[in-house]
Design a protein around this ligand. Structure first.
Ligand code: PLP
Length: 301
C-alpha cells in the first residue's frame, strides 16, 4: 500500500483499522512490513530494541527508554539510524497512525543490510530502524494483576551481557515457552549459585517476611528495567525499605510477596513459584500499592 493511501480518511465505523509500521523511512501497511533477507538483525540477531508503554496515546518514560537504547547501541557499536529527535517524531507518528491509546510501541535497530559476514559491515552501512505500535487490552491486564501470575524457575543460560537490550533472545524464548507449557506466565532465570537473576522479559522482586523489598543489583547479569528504575522512586515515596541484593529461589519460596516489572506489565504480582503459593497465594498489598502509584512517578510525554 502506498504511503498516501495510509493518510486517507479512517475506514467507516465497524471496519478494523489497518495497522501501520515504520520501516527504514517509510510508513507501510503492517501486513506488508518487511526487512531485507540480509538484514543483520534477521541473520545474526545483531541489533537492539526497546518497548515503551503507551498511555493516553503518549509514550511512557520515553526519555529513559531512549537513553537505554543509546547505551545498547554504543555497547555494540551500532550507529544511530536517525537523530534522537527524529526518532521521537517517528514514535509519536507510529502511535498516532495506529490510533493506540493504551498499548506499547516497539523500536528495533539492527546493524543494517550487508552481504552475510559475521564481522561488521563496511563503515557507512546504514543501520535499520523498525517501529511498530499496538493496542493492548487494559481490562485484561488489570484482571491479570488482580489474579496474579504463576512463575517457574529455569537455569540461567544467557550470555554475560544481558544488560544490553539485544534482540538476541533465544534463551528468553525457550524460557517463556517452558513457562507456557507449565501453565505459568513467566520464567525466572536462576544463576549457578541459586540466585534469581530476572525473568525472561521482566525484572524479579520479592518482599521478605519482615517487609523488605529485594531485587538484584543492575550489573551485567540483568537488564536495568526502566520500570525497575521508576519503581525505586515509588518505593522511596511510599517509605518502604529496599534491599538491592541477589535473592535465592528458596528465599522467594518463603517470601511474603513476589512480583515482576516491565514496561508492558508495570507491577505484576506473582502468586506462585514452581507450583508453590507465594504468601497466601493472592496478590500482595505491597505489589498492589506499587502498581497503583506507578504512573504518578513515570514521565508521560
Ligand atoms: N528484563 C528483561 C530480560 C526484559 O526483556 C525486560 C523488558 O523487556 C525487563 C527486564 C524489564 O525492562 P523494562 O522495565 O524496561 O520494560
Amino acid at each position: 500500500m502506498s504511503d498516501h493511501l495510509l493518510q486517507s480518511e479512517p475506514p467507516p465505523k465497524g471496519m478494523p483499522l489497518p495497522r501501520v509500521a515504520y520501516v527504514n523511512g517509510r510508513y507501510v501497511a503492517h501486513r506488508d512490513a518487511m526487512v531485507h533477507v540480509e538484514d543483520r538483525g534477521y541473520q545474526f540477531a545483531d541489533g537492539v530494541y526497546e518497548v515503551c508503554e503507551v498511555r493516553g496515546g503518549r509514550p511512557v518514560d520515553e526519555r529513559r527508554h531512549i537513553d537505554r537504547l543509546d547505551r545498547s547501541l554504543r555497547e555494540l557499536r551500532i550507529t544511530w539510524p536517525i537523530s534522537r529527535r527524529a526518532l521521537g517524531v517517528v514514535v509519536r507518528e507510529t502511535i498516532r497512525r495506529n490510533r493506540v491509546r493504551y498499548g506499547i510501541v516497539y523500536l528495533q535497530i539492527s546493524r543494517g543490510v550487508a552481504p552475510r559476514d559475521h564481522a561488521f559491515p563496511p563503515a557507512g552501512t546504514p543501520s535499520s530502524l523498525v517501529v511498530t505500535a499496538k493496542s493492548l487490552d487494559a481490562a485484561g491486564n488489570e484482571a491479570m494483576a488482580a489474579a496474579g501470575i504463576a512463575v517457574i524457575t529455569v537455569p540461567e543460560n544467557r550470555w554475560p551481557r544481558v544488560d544490553i537490550k539485544s534482540i538476541s533472545l533465544l534463551p528468553n524464548v525457550l524460557a517463556k515457552q517452558a513457562a507456557r507449557e507449565a501453565s505459568a506466565r513467566e520464567a525466572w532465570f536462576v544463576d549457578p549459585s541459586g540466585h534469581v537473576t530476572e525473568g525472561s522479559s521482566t525484572n524479579a522482586w520479592i518482599v521478605t517476611r519482615d517487609g523488605k523489598l529485594v531485587t538484584r543489583p543492575a550489573d551485567h547479569s540483568i537488564l536495568r528495567g526502566v520500570t525497575r528504575t521508576v519503581l525505586l522512586e515509588v518505593i522511596a515515596a511510599q517509605g518502604l525499605t529496599f534491599d538491592e541484593r541477589p535473592f535465592t529461589v528458596e528465599e522467594a519460596y518463603v517470601a511474603r510477596e513476589a512480583f515482576v516489572t516491565s514496561a508492558s506489565q508495570i507491577v505484576m504480582p506473582v502468586v506462585s513459584i514452581d507450583g508453590r503459593p507465594v504468601g497466601n497465594g493472592a496478590p500482595g498489598l505491597v505489589a498492589s500499592a506499587l502498581r497503583r502509584d506507578f504512573h504518578r512517578h513515570a514521565e508521560i510525554g
